[in-house]
Design a binder for this molecule. Structure first.
Ligand SMILES: *[C@@H]1O[C@H](CO)[C@@H](O)[C@H](O)[C@H]1NC(C)=O
Ligand SMILES: *[C@@H]1O[C@H](CO)[C@@H](O)[C@H](O)[C@H]1NC(C)=O
Ligand SMILES: *[C@@H]1O[C@H](CO)[C@@H](O)[C@H](O)[C@H]1NC(C)=O
Ligand SMILES: *[C@@H]1O[C@H](CO)[C@@H](O)[C@H](O)[C@H]1NC(C)=O
Ligand SMILES: *[C@@H]1O[C@H](CO)[C@@H](O)[C@H](O)[C@H]1NC(C)=O
Length: 303
């Protein structure tokens, strides 16, 4: 079904390309539009896989934007950024490429900030051994099922992956991400998060896992010494597996636990540990919308 829709979209795109190329057979300099001040915005342009881009001249600008998001833009499609184009965009440090039907992209080393939210993005291509500088990565509202690329991104500080198609994840992928500060994995389809050996993320301050399908969360190998906020609301959790809150998350301040399937004995034990540390379990969602439950500890339902 999805394939069919994509194929018909591609046919439409090919048609658009034919028209665009026909109008500019002798090359074309892409101009920055004047809507934005600090960025160079390129719109009214289409890039698809089979296209020969050698005729086109791209602006040499540290901050590029393809498309006009959040304003509506039906004229700009960048379905792929291949190796050839990535090489030519080396001087761009910040790229915004939202809502342009992006599917795949080759990363370049100088890129520090990438916002590719609201696309059909499923593959970010990295080469091993490259010194990638990427610090901020926004992939929200896309179609990622795996994120092996993070292993090549040791400078990463924020990673926003909410609203993607992740089903399982090995946190060991983040082994080298010692600068990682904020990780948002909310609104995926995560059923399992595994960790292969102990994992120390010394800067991680916010970890958002709410709105997934987790039934067990094994945090016993996690040492997130700066973690302040952990959100596991709206999963299927029965218990959190953890040696001691103080050991795994010594700086925890806020923990959202609501809308799970907590087993009362476990929840009670966890919440008592939290109280000793001065941390309150909180409800992320409005409890008034929640079904009435017979047993609750700190207003978190348990069964
Ligand atoms: C878009 O580009 C085409 C040529 O490729 C041009 O004819 C058209 O006027 C442009 N539209 C806008 C809104 O700039
Ligand atoms: C792009 O934006 C339009 C509204 O401007 C929206 O209808 C469409 O779903 C968006 N596409 C994606 C891939 O998010
Ligand atoms: C990522 O993009 C989404 C949608 O455009 C936006 O709402 C969100 O704030 C961005 N995340 C970060 C960390 O900037
Ligand atoms: C938590 O750990 C710190 C440092 O290791 C220690 O000083 C403190 O007493 C511990 N608190 C509890 C409640 O165990
Ligand atoms: C939680 O534990 C305390 C102390 O052991 C006990 O008094 C209380 O009844 C327990 N609450 C629930 C809901 O299990």
């Amino acid at each position: 079904m999805i394939l069919g829709a994509e194929m018909s979209r591609n046919i439409v795109l090919c048609f658009l390309v034919t028209v665009a190329c026909g109008a500019s057979a002798y090359g074309r300099k892409l101009e920055c539009s004047e809507h934005r001040e600090m960025e160079c915005e390129i719109s009214n342009f289409t890039i698809v896989e089979s296209m020969d881009l050698s005729e086109y001249e791209f602006p040499d600008h540290p901050h590029l934007a393809f498309g006009t998001y959040p304003h509506s833009d039906d004229s700009t499609y960048v379905v792929t950024i291949g190796k050839e184009l990535a090489d030519r965009l080396q001087s761009t440090e910040k790229l915004e490429i939202q809502n342009v039907s992006l599917q795949t992209m080759v990363l370049w080393t100088n890129l520090r900030s990438l916002d590719a939210s609201h696309n059909y993005f499923f593959e970010l291509i990295v080469e091993p051994g490259q010194n990638y500088q990427l610090r901020e990565l926004n992939l929200s509202y896309n179609r990622f099922q795996s994120i092996e690329f993070v292993q090549a991104l040791p400078a990463l500080r924020t990673l926003d992956l909410r609203h993607n198609y992740l089903e399982s994840l090995s946190f060991s992928l983040f082994d080298m991400a010692t600068e990682l500060w904020k990780l948002n994995l909310a609104n995926n389809r995560l059923q399992t998060i595994s960790t292969d050996g102990s994992l120390h993320l010394p800067r991680l301050s916010t970890l958002l896992l709410h709105d997934n399908l987790l039934s067990v969360l094994d945090a016993s190998e996690w040492r997130f010494s700066m973690l302040q906020e952990l959100n596991v609301a709206r999963n299927r959790l029965r218990y959190l597996s953890m040696c001691e809150v103080n050991h795994s998350f010594p700086h925890l301040q806020t923990l959202y636990l609501d809308e799970n399937r907590w087993e009362c004995g476990h929840l009670n034990a966890t919440i008592r540990q939290l109280h000793q540390l001065g941390v309150k379990a909180m409800a992320y969602y409005d409890t008034e919308d929640q079904e009435h439950c017979n047993t609750a500890i700190d207003e978190i339902c348990c069964y």
